[in-house]
Every structure is written in C-alpha cells, then in structure tokens.
Design a protein around this ligand. Sequence first.
Ligand code: IPM
Ligand code: MG
Length: 364
Amino acid sequence: MEKKIAVIRGDGIGPEIVGEALRVLDAVASLYGHTFIYEDVDMGGIAIDKWGDPLPEAMLQKCLGADSVLLGAVGGEKWNSVPGEKRPEKGLLRLRAGMGVYSNNRPARIWPQLASASPLRASIVEKGIDFIIVRELIGGIYFGEHKTETAGEEACAVDVLRYTESEIERIGRIGFETARKRRGQLCSVEKSNVLDSSRLWKKVLHRLAPEYPDVTLTDMLVDNCAMQIVKNPAQFDVIVTENMFGDILSDEASMITGSIGMIPSSSLGKGSRGLYEPIHGSAPDIAGTDTANPIGTILSAAMMLRYSFDLPAEADCIENAVSAVLDEGWRTTDIMPGGDEASRCKKAGCSQMGGLIAGHLKKG
Ligand code: IPM
Ligand code: MG
C-alpha cells in the first residue's frame, strides 16, 4: 500500500514527538511492505514566523491533497500576544474545519502497566477505565462569533455557542455507532438545565435513539460528568458531547489514566481522510530537552493506520510494541513512578522511547 501523509510537526515538543512517530511508521512500512510518503506542512507558530499566517491556504491544500494528516502540537508563549485570529491555535481550528473533521475520538484507557500513575485510588482504578469521548470538533462556541467591544466604560467580550440540528445529528450518530461496536452504552453530556444549545442537543440525541435499539442512551449534565469521571469512571463506555465540553472532559479523562502524554486521537469527517494528533499541547517548557513522551503521537499514527488506511494488523502491531516496552519497565519522565516502584522502572528520553517501540514491532 502506498499512502501520502501530510506531516505537521508544529511547535514546542511537536517536532520531537512527530519524529518518533515517523520512525515507528517507517519501521511498520518496511515490516509490512508499505510505502508512506511524507509531506511537511507548516502550521501554528512556525507558520506565523515563516508566512505570517498560522495556516496559509497552500498548507491547507497540501493536507487536503494527502491521504491523512499527522500532527504534533502547536502554540507557545512566544505567540501569546498575537491577536486571536492569528494565533497558532487558530491554524489548528482552521485545519479541522477545512478538513471537515467533525468527529473527534479520544480514548481514555488505563494501561495496566501504568495503573499506579493514575492519581485515583487503586480501588477506583481496579474497576477499569476504558471509555471513549466522542467530541464534536467543528461547531459550537469554538466556531461562533468572537468579538470584544466597548460597552460604555468597560470592555465586553462575546463568544457565540451555536449548533444546528444537523450538526448535532451527524455527531450523535457517530456516538451511537461507536457505542454499538463497544459495550452499547452511550452517555450524552450537556448542560440542558441552562443552555438552549444543550436542550436541542438532548432532543436530537433522543430522536435518534430508536434507530439504535442495541444502544442504551443516558443523559448527564456536564458538571456531574466531570465529577463522575473521577468518582466512578468504570460506568462510562462512550461519551458524546459538544466541542468545548469535550475539550475539557478529555483532559480530565486523560489524567486519570496516568498521563495526558499517552492519549492519541482521531478526527474524521465524511471520507477516510483523517487528522491524527495526541491530545496534549506543545509543552514549550520541555521542548528540545528530549524528555517528552512520544507515545500519544505514536498511538495516533496507529489510529491512522486503523481508521483511515484500514490496516488493523499494523495498528495492533504498534500498540503491542508500546505495551511490550512498558512491560519492560521503560518510562518517560511523565509516567515514571515514584517510591519503591521507581526501582523496577527505567527512564527513557523521547528519542530512546521511539527507538524502543520501533525495535519491538513484530509482525503478528
Ligand atoms: C485540544 C486542544 C485544542 C482545542 C487547542 C490547542 C485549540 O486543547 O485539541 O484539545 O481546544 O481543541
Ligand atoms: Mg484540549
């Protein structure tokens, strides 16, 4: 198989973690006889510095011309004072919208080897953590009108949260379909006690429910959900929610699994072309120190193989290699345990971790 992958290294630790993911992809390619052609794309702070725009149109076109896109992370202190429209994050939002990837899938799964890295009590972790957050990605408050104006003496800022029925329906269906392939439990998360957009959300989800008799739909208010994720995460199978709630809850969900550095994500729309990125940020504080955890990005590459290229064996091969390396006790700083357990683990830098995973790939 030959595939063209647009590669956005981005800012901060982005180039380091993406470099390791490409190393793993190359190893998979030679193991299974595939050809992956990479095309570099500038986005984020680096694109602002080079082109004065966080996502120049030509860069978006490169992504649309590829079979899928792999992204590290964008943003950093350096660009914090740029106006909203020109911020690095705006490049990411324009990329998501330009690719039409409305469905963002963020798994929260505990790796047994890392159970002790969870900040939750062992009695809670033992019940299992294995759920997926399906986040709406190109609507809601992220894409409504944003403005700051003066109201009399003081400034006044406005951000609009808008959803149409069809936007809710298409992501709702992804929620049901995701749950159907798992344990059949879909939890729709909203704030219908306060927001109109949430009341519409809830109504649409319930209108769809009869079409998926094999899935049990429940509703949960987002504040309660934030609490339930730490109190009893085992209750969740699939959560479906709007853009900003999904952003917030997915950081919380990642933390209880041990480290945000471990969590990949896929973003898909109509066709098979997807955007794959770890859910963490660009961590400028550790950029260039070779201490970042590349596993979230490596697992994102595995998701690309599984969901966009229909290569499940190759994806399994990467996930198994990650597991084998963790079994051997290798840990990046973020997942290094303290106390007695530290003596059973070995510290690895970013590039060493990538090399170990590439070296453990075995054709299944
Ligand atoms: C994420 C990030 C982004 C988001 C930022 C960088 C714009 O936090 O992917 O979760 O809010 O969607
Ligand atoms: Mg986020």
